[in-house]
Design a protein around this ligand. Sequence first.
Ligand SMILES: O=C(O)CCC(=O)C(=O)O
Ligand SMILES: [Fe+2]
Length: 189
Amino acid sequence: MPSNHIAAPYRYIVTASSERWSFAYLHKHIDWQEEELIMFGKAVKSPRLVAFYGEQGVCYSYSGQAYYGRGIPDWLRPLFAKAYEISGQTFNTVLCNLYRNGKDYMGWHSDDEPSLGPAPKIVMYSAGATRDFCLRLKGETSQRLIQSIDDGSWLEMQAEMQVVWQHALPKRLRVTQPRVSLTFRQVIR
Ligand SMILES: O=C(O)CCC(=O)C(=O)O
Ligand SMILES: [Fe+2]
């Protein structure tokens, strides 16, 4: 663990079941895409499915891909409203991830693209299988914080999290069930 005086750079919020969007609902409505990544010069399938929604005219470059906003579908608006209620921050895009089982993962990174501004607040909603979400300070490889993320929970990542921390969703081979995460971001035009 990073030393005890370092406060976790996020707020984890579990909602009442009546306030949740279910995995089945999100899985059905989101237009999932399988993407390819270039790793060591070779095209490989991304270890998760993804989808992007953004306001018309917003362009977001992430992980070597450019995504273009084509408007927020009506069914997603209540989730944007909840993300605002939690964080007091407006968002104009959401990047969605589908981890089909515990073999799907996301490697260490910070969401620090210049288009998000110098210290962006990002809010994430999760549904489906419980997964471990890991954090470490940049430049620190052995010590980490682990937050178990449950169905129907929100994670409000504070602004400093993308500046001095990295996060990852590691493989968990004993997890057989799928999970979705929706990460709300404000792209600065
Ligand atoms: O799914 C997760 O828990 C992490 C997602 C994430 O870090 C991202 O979309 O940038
Ligand atoms: Fe991230």
